[in-house]
Ligand binder design. Structure first.
Ligand code: SAH
Length: 426
């Protein structure tokens, strides 16, 4: 979501004649977009912010903007007090304060035809076409902003605000613009993306929206994330199975394998319901890959409770597990009412155990692709190799002299590891 917000702002800025630089000392404008989902992310953001402060002394015209969840939709007066040298503060998914600031301080910024451009930028939201900054082959498109679920540990609802589904026509127009500009794959985003449209009378729901989007000529692939087990309807699952452009890859976090922990997390399902969902996905969507998220060391997680997570992962053999150590976040239910009572070293030990387990599982699953021929959409080059993805989201590298960017080509897999596959054009 932050990547999508940053890309949107970057396109808006290039519309206003800003150019991107990779050298921070050269910049006239620095926007720090921040994540605070865990303390480590917040610390990183604050460290980065302090590291750019000296640049102000060197370049008095420098504008520094702080954006994202460190600020939040309610605003954050404490941050404004703590960092008086920051020029402008902006909520997640809201570039308006930054653009308005630039318009107001034209003596400090480069020339542009401001008001009209700023209005156009704010109106077009994520679909804005930009002359200067290019499109990726795979672009993110937020369709649900905010979240109203309130998991006990999660700060996102407070910082990104309540759930709001974006207007379907706007989304489809933006998708069309993207495809016209060379985008081949669109990734629809939402904290609970399956809930798209449920908060809005008359709105299409996710299956219908994806079917309409899949009809855009030139679009090759459609993905969506993140799913929540309670909102993955049969209709959604069948739509993924039926519509060829919707890729067979589901991101559906379980978070923990113990029912008491799941209840304390306020996730709203049991481990056996999750297990049934996995079975259903595998039965109805041939070749589906499933990614999950896990938090280890949630308050009260005993060794026995942790081992239920371990055993479940071991049994389900999912394709990917994003692992995190529990981090108490300000004003969440768990931070206020549950003691963070799993020691840091123990959280680390559990994290490492799951990491090793999952590495083995993924390596084993990947081995099955050896010798197979798979359609790979190439996104770009990393070092001297082309980088692409299979329909079920496996990363593939191919050495080739030709320009493969944006092409979907058949690749024969001749090496597999836990993180990547290597192959050659078939
Ligand atoms: N909306 C998605 C996930 C968004 S946050 C969902 O409902 O699953 C991405 C991941 O960060 C979460 O899935 C969770 O595993 C992790 N996370 C969120 N809050 C956390 C916290 N306080 N401590 C550790 N990990 C956390």
């Amino acid at each position: 979501m932050n990547v999508a917000d940053s890309a949107r702002l970057a396109r808006a800025l290039s519309q206003l004649l800003y150019e991107e630089t990779s050298r921070v000392e050269e910049a006239d404008l620095i926007v720090l977009n921040t994540c605070v989902v865990r303390q480590s992310a917040e610390d990183k953001a604050l460290g980065r912010l302090n590291s750019i402060k000296p640049l102000k002394a060197q370049n008095p015209k420098l504008i520094i903007a702080l954006m994202g969840c460190l600020i939040g939709v309610q605003g954050n007066p404490a941050m404004q007090k703590r960092f008086p040298w920051v020029d402008v503060f902006s909520a997640p998914s809201d570039p308006a304060p930054i653009l308005n600031f630039l318009e107001k301080h034209q003596d400090r910024v480069i020339a542009g035809s401001w008001r009209e451009d700023v209005d156009a930028v704010l109106d077009e939201e994520f679909g804005l076409s930009a002359n200067a900054s290019g499109r990726e082959i795979s672009e993110n498109l937020p369709i649900v902003l905010g979240c109203s679920h309130a998991c006990a540990y999660c700060v996102i609802p407070a910082r990104r605000g309540r759930e709001v589904s974006r207007d379907a026509n706007k989304i489809l127009n933006e998708a069309q613009t993207m495809v016209a500009e060379g985008v081949k794959e669109i990734v629809l985003l939402g904290q609970i993306v399956d809930r798209y449209g449920l908060d809005k009378a008359g709105s299409p729901h996710l299956p219908e929206l994806m079917e309409q989007m899949a009809a855009i000529p030139g679009l090759l692939r459609l993905r969506f994330l993140t799913s929540h087990p309670n909102w993955m309807s049969d209709e959604l699952i069948d739509t993924v199975a039926r519509v060829p452009k919707i890729m067979p890859h589901i991101e559906v976090p379980i978070q923990a394998g113990d029912d008491q922990i799941l209840a304390d997390m306020r996730r709203g399902y049991t481990q056996s319901q999750y297990r049934d969902l996995v079975a259903k996905l595998r039965e109805r969507i041939p070749g589906v890959s499933i990614a999950t998220d896990i938090i280890v060391g949630f308050p009260g997680e005993s060794e026995t409770a942790f081992m239920k997570t371990y055993d479940l992962l071991n049994e389900l053999k999912l394709d990917v597990a994003h692992l995190a150590r529990y981090s108490p976040r300000p004003n969440t239910f768990s931070q206020r009412f549950l003691e963070d009572n799993v020691p840091a070293e123990e959280k680390m030990r559990r994290f490492r155990l799951l990491e090793t387990l999952q590495e083995g599982i993924t390596a084993g699953l990947n081995q099955a692709y050896l010798g197979q021929v798979l359609p790979v959409l190439f996104e770009g080059k990393s070092k001297n190799r082309w980088r692409g993805r299979t329909p079920n989201n496996r990363l593939v590298f191919v050495e080739n002299e030709a320009d493969l960017r944006g092409q979907e080509l058949q690749v024969k897999i001749n090496w597999t590891g836990p993180w990547t596959l290597l192959g050659e054009l078939a």
